[in-house]
Ligand binder design. Sequence first.
Ligand code: BG6
Length: 299
Amino acid sequence: TRDAAGLEKIILKEPLGASAEVYLYGGQVVSWKNDRGEELLFLSSKTSFKPPKPIRGGIPICFPQFANVGALEKHGFARNRLWSIETDAPPILSSTNASGSNSSRGSTVDLILKPAEDDLKMWTHNFELRMRLTLKRGGDLAQTIRVRNTDTKPFTFTFALHTYFSVSDISEVRIEGLETLDFLDNLQDRERFTEQGDSITFDGEVDRVYVSTPTKIAIVDHEKKRTIVVKKEGLPDAVVWNPWDKKAKAMADFGDDEYLHMVCVEPAVIETPITLKPGEEWKGRQEISVVPSSYCSGQ
Ligand code: BG6
């Protein structure tokens, strides 16, 4: 289907009521609803949906770099390129049952991005970037990312699933699973600190790369009485971002007060970039689910 601006999107629906929407533009998920029809992702009301601007919200895919290092554009170019549907995607080989979406019931779409000629001028490496998106029968959303080196030389990249979650009120939100870990503070030249608190709460701008994080992170939303659980594989780091009021005002595609209702928790590979030799493939995965807030995230 196409939206009002003519961008093509795919809608996954499950019989129990859950749904997800993904644009070919950016391979970007923009909506994920549970079986009660509640939207769990944040999408800015100010986003333009006009290429080449990336879509503000949902799950932008940052590749071949997170942040802005060197001449390459910030967060890479995958988020503002047109991906394609891949009907004959190669199977995902995995060591654990939980990793394969073939075996679990649900709706799936496979998307792929290959570099265009112009992209190869900026980043001189041939690659195939794949995303398999699966909406499971119970409503959990799984994304498996694969990067294959189809070049004749090795290449190195960083990556993030820049997930924007919708929350009731940022001051009532707690992130669990990152306590006592080291983080690089993007607000202080990536200086390294160690998290001291019990869990992360918000009363100002936060922009941090937590390193070597556990496979499970919980976003506890008191007011909505729900917890979103992020499970990840192959994505050791996790960015936590809320722009707060000043930065919100400075972003043209973000409402002045929208920072109150979102938080980004982004499974990523940043501190130790991935290097792939010709023919090699890397795989990363996140699965997000929502549970009532009496749930204890226990690591
Ligand atoms: C976060 C970064 O992941 O993305 C922030 O840590 C950045 O520093 C934010 O501001 C949004 O980036 P962009 O390019 O989508 O405005």
